[in-house]
Ligand binder design. Structure first.
Ligand SMILES: [Zn+2]
Ligand SMILES: [Zn+2]
Ligand SMILES: [Zn+2]
Length: 416
């Protein structure tokens, strides 16, 4: 079976997380998004664990479903869907947590059972209940050893970000871990084109996850994985990562990130990393040139061009539907105007991902010609991007109508 999974989010006890976040809402919003499986996040936090235990039941090995009497119903979805579109999936949950190690490197752990989560809680050194994402006094290798002892799946989170990633600290993932990790999470600032320039990552599967701090579909599933699984269970997921049967990665175009390219922080002129070094990181305008994520990839790269191994699935650039609507009409993502259009489309095609990826273009054009041009630009890969850097976000340019765009700063506030 092919499933859509978002395997990294945060619970309500993590810093800067929406207080609306509950397992029930996560499941019902995941269903509107079109996800079959969503991470619980923060499964080493007692408060969040208790909420998970109260709201869900284990329905298959490591897979949790919201209890019948707790299920939230998306009322506007009660009508019949058009032929060819099945009812949106019931989103199941899987236990996960992100952990920060003693060097401030973040690791993502996928946990086989509640019992394993409680066993890990006993052994992780640090205050586990002060923040949803615990900061522990252990090295990456020590955390990995403990995770493996408890049957977990583990790899580095958002591997290329400048503040809390494995590559900000180490030149090789093997300098951090004793065992090869089960996956590498790319994060919002990198994609397969970048990561496949690094030889040591060739044999590893890549995960693309949202790292969402709120359950709403403009955050949840903004990056996700399409995975071929034998069945929906923890052990089948572990097997799929081992067999590298991820069939697609969906995520942001990293060129939109505000520190993606090496650039001047004053005039935003972009520089090739080599050129920036030659210029001593000083721009002729008097400003400072700030290293981008591309700089780190350039340092780590084995090759100038990506070498995609045969197991590597396509990486498909997407953006949350509400953000595309917001950019089309220059209205805020959470305004009634944008939410109404979003609801109408989800009602018609069953879930958000179906609108973005599967909905017939002629039907979309009939419903909303302006919006459909933008959705088509993502599908056809004809989207033009003015790249970001030096602290300025990249911008989407839709062919000839760039003058209509508002600044994406307001909507892309979650990069890096
Ligand atoms: Zn993190
Ligand atoms: Zn996170
Ligand atoms: Zn400058």
């Amino acid at each position: 079976m092919i499933i859509r999974a978002d395997l990294h989010i945060h619970g309500r006890y993590s810093m800067a997380t929406s207080k609306n976040m509950t397992p029930e809402l996560l499941s019902s919003q995941g269903s509107l998004k079109g996800l079959h499986l969503v991470a619980t996040g923060d499964a080493f936090h007692q408060g969040w664990l208790s909420m998970i235990e109260e709201a869900t039941e284990e329905v298959n090995d490591g897979i949790f479903s919201v209890r019948e009497d707790k299920k939230l119903h998306n009322e506007f979805l009660q009508e019949e869907l058009p032929e060819g579109f099945s009812k949106n999936p019931e989103t199941k949950l899987i236990l996960t947590s992100e952990v920060e190690d003693s060097k401030r490197v973040h690791h993502l752990i996928i946990i086989p059972s509640l019992d394993a989560a409680y066993q890990m809680r006993k052994k992780l050194k640090g205050s586990l209940d002060s923040d949803g994402r615990p900061r522990v006094r252990m090295s990456g290798a020590e955390i990995q050893e403990l995770a493996l002892e408890n049957g977990c799946i583990m790899g580095p989170s958002h591997a290329f970000t400048p503040w809390t990633s494995i590559y900000k600290e180490y030149d090789s993932i093997h300098d951090c871990y004793d065992e090869t990790p089960d996956f590498v999470e790319l994060g919002l600032s990198a994609d397969t084109e970048m990561a496949d320039r690094i030889e040591e990552l060739q044999d590893l599967p890549f995960l693309t996850n949202s790292d969402a701090h709120s359950p709403w579909p403009h955050r949840l599933g903004r990056e996700f994985n399409e995975i071929n699984l034998k069945n929906l269970s923890f052990s089948a997921l572990a097997q799929a990562l081992h067999d590298k049967t991820i069939t697609a990665n969906y995520g942001f175009d990293p060129r939109l990130g505000k520190y993606h390219h090496t650039a001047c922080t004053k005039c935003y002129q972009l520089y090739h990393p080599d050129e920036a070094i030659k210029m001593n990181m000083k721009c002729p305008c008097g400003g400072t040139i700030k290293k981008g994520v591309d700089y780190r990839v350039e340092e780590l790269a084995t090759w100038d061009e990506p070498h995609h191994p045969s197991h590597r699935p396509p990486y498909i650039h997407i953006m949350p539907l509400a953000e595309i609507i917001s950019l089309t009409y220059s209205k805020g993502v959470t305004t009634k105007f944008v939410q109404k259009i979003w609801q109408e489309l989800v009602l018609k095609f069953g879930d958000e991902i179906s609108v973005l990826i599967d909905a017939p273009m002629d039907e979309l054009i009939e419903l909303d010609p302006e919006l459909s041009r933008r959705i088509r630009a993502f599908r056809d890969k004809t989207l033009q991007i003015k790249v970001g850097g030096g602290g300025r976000y990249g911008e989407l340019v839709f062919n000839d109508d760039s003058s209509e765009q508002n600044s994406p700063d307001s909507t892309l506030d979650s990069f890096l």
